[in-house]
Design a protein around this ligand. Sequence first.
Ligand code: SF4
Ligand code: SF4
Length: 73
Amino acid sequence: MAKKAQVNLEKCKGCDLCIGVCPTGAIHRSGTSNKKGYNYIEINFEKCNGCGACYIICPDCCFTLIETTGSAR
Ligand code: SF4
Ligand code: SF4
């Protein structure tokens, strides 16, 4: 079982803290604004290793770590 991060894009304020701590470069700006007008982030599932750094750093509790079954192959 592997973990992957999921983001609640409507809670995101585009502060970029998660981008700075992600060790695999899995997080990037979406280039799109959410309902609050913030440029929210997206996660590249292929690159995410489930380390949880984004989950810990986010001041707005945007992340959830989910269990995934098996590999992505
Ligand atoms: S740390 Fe949280 S609020 Fe900041 S950009 Fe990342 S998901 Fe959005
Ligand atoms: S769980 Fe780790 S690897 Fe995955 S997006 Fe968050 S900081 Fe990056």
